[in-house]
Design a protein around this ligand. Structure first.
Ligand SMILES: *Cc1c(COP(=O)(O)O)cnc(C)c1O
Length: 367
């Protein structure tokens, strides 16, 4: 009898690999790349300078504790640096949390239109994904709690969520935490927290400070414009920080990433400018796209979910093709349960105007 070849652990073959936003258009024209929620302002000049300076010592291992970065984050938000764990993007941290708390027989829960990295993290560890329905394209605390079982170990909540741009107010997040057993880790993925302008929103610092089982994850990929460097951070109860520090790679952040991240965190003026730009253009693009007769989910982040009419000849797939022919790249979101919608990142003035003009061209029938 032939010996079968290597097989990955159970669960891994069920994973559909993450498909990143596209970045190229035909004909080599410079695209308006509005597919990955990157900031049009780019990183802080101080972060670029710190990155460049780090090029002089590439033979040295980085500081395995990422001390300069954790210190800069702690100072900026008034946190305990010992409870901050940094990762190669928040994606790595989400995976580490799953690895520490989920195994075969356990359940990891996320919501209907939730970020797909959660599903990958759950299946990678042999655990079972459980999906809670949403209401009005927003996470629904009662529906999440109704799907919790004695096997549930981790609940992932993106707040605000990608790709919907909707959020849960702090009172609802507190109610969710209060309804979960003490042995369930609640992960608040606040990748877009810096963009949110709502009095009833809180990224998660308060819940992490007051409960022993809530983790908040954040990223430098969005408002700080450092997606290429892969930098994320988690604020954790001490015991969870300890677990993540035991299993992470000992040098999981590169020295240029640590240096650039610390400089970016200190440049509050640059982040404020990115927020101000987004406030202006999120409102403008929302209004212009609605004027074209398209439905836009109200967003508190740096992207919009644009819905095409049911049963019309004007479809998300058709618009995506036409936009690409005009040099505008947006994101298809069929994998998130939106076969007839597109997600558009708020870009530079020029890119926003190009995108709206191209959408208008498609809706006018110039396609
Ligand atoms: C972009 C994004 C992240 C950030 O990922 P990184 O690995 O830090 O680049 C995390 N969560 C959500 C919901 C996102 O959209």
């Amino acid at each position: 009898m032939a010996i079968a070849g290597p097989r990955p652990r159970p669960g891994i073959e069920q994973i559909e690999a993450y498909v990143p936003g596209e970045s190229k258009v035909p004909g080599g024209m410079k695209p308006a790349k509005l597919s990955s929620n990157e900031t049009p302002l780019g990183p802080s000049p101080k972060a670029i300078a710190a990155f460049t300076a780090a090029a002089g010592e590439l033979e040295r291992y980085p500081d395995g504790q990422a001390t300069a970065l954790r210190t800069a984050i702690a100072r900026r938000y008034g946190l305990d640096a010992a409870r901050i764990v940094c990762g190669s993007g928040s994606d790595e941290l989400l995976g580490l949390i799953a690895r520490a708390y989920l195994g075969p027989g356990d359940e990891g829960l996320y919501t209907e239109h939730g970020f797909l990295v959660y599903r990958i993290a759950i299946l990678t560890n042999g655990a079972t994904p459980v999906i809670a329905p949403e209401k009005n394209l927003t996470a629904d605390v009662d529906a999440i709690l109704a799907r919790v079982s004695e096997r549930t170990r981790v609940v992932f909540l993106a707040n605000p969520n990608n790709p919907t741009g909707t959020y849960l107010p702090v009172a609802e997040v507190r109610r969710l935490r209060a309804g979960l057993a003490p042995n369930v880790v609640l992960v608040l993925d606040a990748a877009y927290a810096e963009y949110v302008d709502r009095n009833d929103y809180e990224a998660g610092i308060e819940l992490v400070a007051t409960t022993p089982n809530t983790v908040m994850t954040r990223t430098f990929s969005k408002i700080h414009g450092l997606a290429a460097l892969r930098i994320g951070w988690a604020y954790c109860p001490a015991a969870i920080a300890d677990a993540l520090n035991r299993i992470r790679g000992p040098f999981n952040l590169s020295a240029p990433a640590i240096a650039a991240g610390a400089a970016a965190m200190e440049d509050v003026t640059h982040a404020d400018a990115a927020k101000a730009h987004n406030d202006t253009w999120l409102a403008w693009v929302t209004k212009e796209v609605r004027t074209l007769g398209l439905d836009v989910t109200p967003s508190v982040a740096n992207f919009l979910l644009i819905h095409f009419p049911q049963g019309s000849a004007k479809t998300a797939a058709g618009a995506d093709e036409y936009l690409k022919s005009q040099g505008v790249i947006v994101r298809k979101v069929g994998a998130y349960g939106f076969p007839n919608a597109l997600r558009m990142t708020i870009g530079s003035q020029d890119d926003n105007e190009r995108a709206v003009a191209a959408l208008a061209g498609y809706m006018d029938g110039r396609a």
